[in-house]
Design a protein around this ligand. Sequence first.
Ligand SMILES: NC(=O)c1ccc[n+]([C@@H]2O[C@H](COP(=O)([O-])OP(=O)(O)OC[C@H]3O[C@@H](n4cnc5c(N)ncnc54)[C@H](O)[C@@H]3O)[C@@H](O)[C@H]2O)c1
Length: 258
Amino acid sequence: MTDPPHHPRARCAGTTALVTGASAGIGAAIARLLHAEGALVALGDVDRQRGEALAAELGDRATYVALDVTDESSWLAAVDGLAVSPHPLTTLVNCAGAALRRPLLETSAAEFRRIVELNLVGTFLGMRVAGPHLAEGASIVNISSLNGVLPTAGLGAYVASKAGVSALTRVAALELAERGIRVNAVCPGSIETAITDGADFADVDWDAYLRSIPLHRRGTADEVARAVVYLASSDSSYVTGTNLVVDGGIAAGRLSPG
Ligand SMILES: NC(=O)c1ccc[n+]([C@@H]2O[C@H](COP(=O)([O-])OP(=O)(O)OC[C@H]3O[C@@H](n4cnc5c(N)ncnc54)[C@H](O)[C@@H]3O)[C@@H](O)[C@H]2O)c1
């Protein structure tokens, strides 16, 4: 069975969401679904062209915000802009990220730092800068990865960055609970997006990989977005500090011995 249709229920009506990495892939799917569920959505990304095009396509209640998540001043400008709006921020989705497939002993310090800066420091800055503006009842959803909880060989920098995101999510949940702010992470397995299109992943045997996934397929960006809407909405009002795995069953264990 593939991805069944989703019927929006206005679960995010009255909320204002900032989604990073919203110009493409999983972030774009999250922005679309939050919007379909009634949210006002700010699409934060470095890719202005695609971000503005998606905001225009969504129309009312969607706007593009120039944002480089690795740059604190860029975060301050983006969040200040939203803070003066009549609709204060209630949902922050930290999704911007990139992967690097490189054996640890062949990874340069600059490559390692680039991935950690984008995936981990970018997520930290988002919570650090937007956190003080979030009201009681707000929700932060960080996009970690299955690799944040179950490492893959050859993805050392990525694994370290996402393990950091998963751990930091728990700390933020503990610290922000007193203010009534929930913080959770979604840990996607292999999802059909451009993140694995580059030369790094050219020699992956995808057929063999799919056979190893219990559901025998990669997930869709929309399937991740549904988990995010659950965590962003009051459907998950008693859920905080969790790392929700959306992986077709990989983390459940091995399909067969050996
Ligand atoms: N696709 C997968 O299989 C998969 C699996 C697990 C986790 N994830 C995570 O999901 C997130 C999104 O991945 P994707 O597959 O949609 O990737 P993608 O490459 O399709 O999209 C990434 C988006 O992030 C934006 N971006 C890059 N650098 C940025 C920066 N400095 N500031 C703001 N925006 C920036 C890009 O412009 C792009 O729009 C990432 O954090 C990734 O690690 C993806």
